[in-house]
Ligand binder design. Structure first.
Ligand code: FAD
Ligand code: NAI
Length: 495
């Protein structure tokens, strides 16, 4: 006997035979199997980016009324909240990414996806210029295409405040490649420290991991590094493991300024127990190859030697965003990012919408905000599509002198489709992992804020991220990685 159960595009098949039960899973590759072709009578909608904003937009978008083109230098979505776990091998890199084509192949109308970097947006001519800047480039060179609508979701780049030596000597933690680089460099430092006849002073330097920036990125990385030391390094490198030191440097009086006071104290005391040195009111002024120069809380300048330096001091606008702001200088007056109205439409940009970290809004630059903006914007495009359909219908009815009651009914529908409600952000809470199986959670509950830290918050952190992961495939891989690390420990081989 055969039993079928379909969940979206996945079908579970159970076959019962005399000798036992067999289960297998089938997945429909395309949904619908045949996509509508590009239709030149429909407007062109160009989407820049494949991060949180662009991906949630594409997921919810109905493509029937648009020819959609996606341009991004990476052809996948990255689940950033779990990126710190990749730096020490708690998770494997491919467990937290999913190809952009995974979404676009399920759309009603064919979507073009180009792995390329947008270099210029011309808001007057309404064009985008882009180029494939990957290692294998072909002969296409730079390409310019027109758009009717542009969804601008290119995110931000790492803030360095122009401090000398940062790009050359520090590792960032924003992209998948960054996490890989940190993992490789970390293992290199440890292997070099374990090399024979290494001077004691050099071992101490190599085993000193310095994190600059006490925001959630820096804190989560320090927590993961501590777990790696306790769970794995002590077993694999007993001769040098005790020499590992973690220092977190923060310019402000405390870490995690966006979390509640109670959770800041909890994090700082957990770090103290875990022997992570937190240097607050300390500002990095200069970065040398093997040491950072800081101004400490007593305003004294001193050098701190390091083996690995992770730089996590927040975001700044990308060059392409700054160029766009300059082109619309009379209305784009915020240095933090692009200014949009309540409907996420870019001030001064006809047909341009901007979402996520590249914008300057009253919200924090988080995945939560970007993904809610993406979903909202897809609903705006749903209305634009409906409007276009109804306008066509109305023109046809008028041309054929149809029944006035029918014309009026369509006109009413059209007027409803033209009414837009402004974007409203609903904060679901803030979560961060702080190491040693503890997390912190600031949750908006019971008309107030509930702050919780510890093991229970860690279970909540894990279940919240498992449920928001992109696909069943990602969830399975992440769960398998967690289980693998519990049983076998982290892999200490260096790529
Ligand atoms: P991104 O997700 O950065 O996407 C930008 C996209 O644009 C990328 O695909 C990029 O390749 C593409 N792009 C770049 N340049 C160009 C170009 N020239 N042309 C075309 N495309 C371009 N937020 C939370 O809410 N919770 C968390 O737990 C959390 N954890 C985080 C952990 C880490 C380590 C980091 C770095 C961030 C974390 N964040 C978290 C913040 C969150 O990742 C960002 O706020 C979110 O990614 C912003 O989404 P976005 O779409 O604006 O930008
Ligand atoms: P951030 O902007 O939140 O924190 C950067 C920190 O670096 C600041 O506290 C700043 O005072 C400090 N700093 C800046 N220059 C310095 C210097 N020269 N010396 C010492 N300290 C210096 O940046 P972060 O952590 O990268 O986060 C970026 C965004 O992503 C934030 O909006 C954050 O909320 C979000 N995010 C959220 C996470 C979560 O919710 N779990 C995890 C990671 C990021």
């Amino acid at each position: 006997r055969r039993f079928l159960r379909t969940f979206g595009r996945v079908t579970l098949v159970v076959i019962l035979t005399a000798t036992g039960a067999f289960l297998y899973v089938t997945q429909q590759q395309n949904h619908p199997p045949e996509q509508l072709p590009v239709d030149r009578t429909k407007p062109t909608l160009v989407v820049l980016g494949s991060g949180w904003g662009a991906t949630s937009f594409l997921k919810s978008l109905d493509t029937e009324e648009f020819n959609v083109v996606v341009i991004s230098p990476r052809n996948y979505f990255l689940f950033t909240p779990l990126l710190p776990s990749v730096t020490v091998g708690t998770l494997e890199p491919r467990s937290i990414i999913q190809p952009t084509r995974y979404i676009t192949r399920h759309k009603k109308r064919k979507v073009d996806v180009y792995e390329a970097e947008a270099q210029e947006v011309d808001p007057v001519k309404k064009t985008v210029t882009f180029q494939d800047l990957s290692d294998v480039r072909g002969s296409a060179g730079s390409v310019t295409i027109p758009y009717d609508y542009l969804v601008y979701a290119v995110g931000c780049e790492n803030q360095t405040f122009g401090i000398k030596g940062v790009p050359e000597h520090a590792c960032f933690l924003k992209e998948l490649g960054d996490a890989d680089k940190i993992r490789t460099k970390l293992m290199d430092c440890i292997e070099t420290a374990a090399f024979r006849d290494q001077p004691q002073e050099e071992i101490d330097r190599l085993m000193h991991m310095v994190v600059v920036g006490g925001g959630p990125t820096g804190v989560e990385y320090a927590g993961e590094l501590h777990d790696f030391l306790i769970d794995d390094l002590k077993k694999w490198y007993p001769e040098v493991a005790d020499r590992l030191r973690i220092t977190l440097i923060e310019a402000l009086p405390n870490v995690l300024p966006a979390f509640s006071k109670q959770l800041i104290q909890y994090t700082e005391s957990t770090f103290k127990e875990n022997k992570i040195d937190v240097l607050t009111r300390t500002m990095v002024k200069d970065v040398k190859e093997q040491a950072v120069v800081v101004q400490d809380a007593n305003k004294e300048i001193r050098e701190i030697p390091y083996g690995l330096l992770v730089w996590a001091t927040g975001n700044t606008s990308r060059q392409i965003t700054r160029d766009l702001m300059n082109k619309l200088a009379s209305v784009q007056t915020q240095r933090r990012g692009l200014v949009v109205d309540d409907y996420l439409s870019l001030l001064g940009g006809d047909g341009i919408y901007a979402i996520g970290d590249c914008t300057a809004t009253s919200y924090a630059p988080t995945a939560q905000v970007a993904s809610q903006q993406g979903i909202y914007l897809a609903s705006i495009f749903q209305k634009l599509g409906q409007k276009a359909k109804l306008e066509r219908q109305l023109n046809e009815l008028r041309a054929t002198s149809a029944d006035p009651a029918e014309i009026e009914a369509v006109a009413k529908k059209l007027s409803r489709a033209s009414k837009l409600t402004p974007f409203h952000y609903s904060h679901q809470g803030s979560l961060a992992y702080i190491g040693s199986e503890k997390a912190i959670a600031d949750l908006p509950l019971f008309n107030g804020n509930v702050a919780s830290g510890g093991g229970a918050a860690m279970l909540f952190w894990r279940s919240a991220y498992i449920s928001t992961l992109y696909s069943v495939r990602n969830r399975t891989l992440v769960l398998a990685d967690w289980l693998k690390v519990k049983i076998f420990g982290r892999d200490v081989s260096r790529e």
